[in-house]
Each structure stands twice: as structure tokens, then as C-alpha cells.
Design a protein around this ligand. Structure first.
Ligand SMILES: [Zn+2]
Length: 68
């Protein structure tokens, strides 16, 4: 992934892209970089949600254990 070739043209309209651009200036199509970042963000989000759920279950379990 880190060695991916930098995208130079839009997939949809072939317009040359600026280096590091997230969207095509002509048609608004996402670049490969933007797609990768979105995938990463979604993964981090899912991980955070799982951690929160685990914490809630953990606290609930501890709370139930303390009851006589
Ligand atoms: Zn385009």
C-alpha cells in the first residue's frame, strides 16, 4: 500500500490531478488516495465502536459481580 504508484489522472474523466489531491477538479471523482483514507477512517471507526462496546460490557459485568 505504501509503495502504491501516485495517481496522476482521474479514473473517470482522465483529467490530470494535482499531487495529493483527494478529488478530481473536473468531475469530483475521488482519487485513490481519498478512497484509501476513507477505508482507513471506516476501519478506525469500527475499532473505536468495538472498544466502546467492550468497555460497556466490561463495566456492566463488573457492576453485576459487585451485587450480593
Ligand atoms: Zn475526473
Amino acid at each position: 500500500m505504501a509503495t502504491a504508484i501516485e495517481q496522476t489522472n482521474c479514473d473517470r474523466c482522465e483529467t490530470p490531478l494535482e499531487k495529493g489531491a483527494a478529488y478530481c477538479e473536473n468531475c469530483g471523482e475521488r482519487t485513490h488516495r481519498a478512497r484509501r483514507l476513507v477505508r482507513l477512517a471506516v476501519r478506525v471507526e469500527i475499532l473505536l465502536i468495538l472498544i466502546v462496546i467492550l468497555l460497556i460490557f466490561g463495566f456492566t459485568w463488573v457492576f453485576l459481580q459487585q451485587k450480593p
